[in-house]
Design a protein around this ligand. Sequence first.
Ligand SMILES: [Zn+2]
Length: 72
Amino acid sequence: MIAHDLNRNRGPWCVVCAVEKRSSNHWFKIIDEPRVRMVAELDDQRPGDPVCGEACAVKKISEWMSARKARR
Ligand SMILES: [Zn+2]
């Protein structure tokens, strides 16, 4: 089941640690484009994955870099 389809007033949820956004803490959005992964402000209009702060944003970037290195 996908909770955020049931109630539009909730979320977003962090794609890394699954915490729900509550107050005005510093959320970001991870945006994937061909050969690029970038961090944007949460209200950026491009589609992307919300993350709850710097630690989770860095984790997503690290995963991407590790995957790229593994392909060499
Ligand atoms: Zn998180």
